[in-house]
Design a protein around this ligand. Sequence first.
Ligand code: ADP
Ligand code: MG
Length: 254
Amino acid sequence: MQGLTVTPEEPADVIAVRGLTRRFGDLVAVDDVSLSVAPGEFVVLLGLSGSGKSTLLRCLNGLHPVSAGEVEVLGTRVHAAPEAELRRLRTQVGFVFQAFNLVGRLSCVENVLTGALGRLRLPRYGVRSYGQNLRREALACLDRVGLADRAFQRAGTLSGGQQQRVAIARTLMQRPRVLLADEPVASLDPENAGSVMDLLVRVCAEEGLTVVCTLHQVDLALGWAHRLVGLNQGRKVLDRPAAGMDRADVMDVY
Ligand code: ADP
Ligand code: MG
């Protein structure tokens, strides 16, 4: 009698995109793109302004409906999911923006606390009355981005690099499984851009997060990505592990 063969299960892709097309009227912003992202991968989407990076990123959590193709994230069929299911998915998908999107008049720790809203179904008011455990967790998140000493300072008074660190702490507070970052360092000077990328890559690795991060600077992409995916006028023109690549290898993107 033959014994049972046990094959270890391959970890499923966290993100699977097949033939994704997104049109705005006659304009094809994302053109027949397929892409898989494995658990824990840090993928950088590279491309000139207008190449479709942000549109692709928004299609991943259902902020844009797709015109054609399929998008699966954490097992959710995003292209076909009803709004309630998309809302559930978005609690597991952190988003970091170029413009930080903090509430400037609130303190850093209060901004970080708002990251827990989707996870805990708390009212959108009264962040000052959150329990002590949440407050401790928020302070720990700020500590992880090196800003424990700014916890009670108004977020709007911090530098750009510090504000993006607070935004990263807010995302940690959300306890997501996937992180989408749209040009997270585009408004920072080169030195701050490098240190925020360092931080982002480090905390995402510590959390085991799967990341898709758009960047338009080649040097940053080569320095930090596991894999580079290049877009040119909405089409995927590059998809390679970043190790060993140099500027000449990304010419198709520019
Ligand atoms: P990137 O992030 O790479 O700069 P985008 O995804 O923002 O590129 O834009 C891709 C193309 O889609 C551009 O030509 C842009 O003008 C167009 N586009 C993006 N969003 C919209 C929109 N909401 N309505 C119409 N056109 C849009
Ligand atoms: Mg963009």
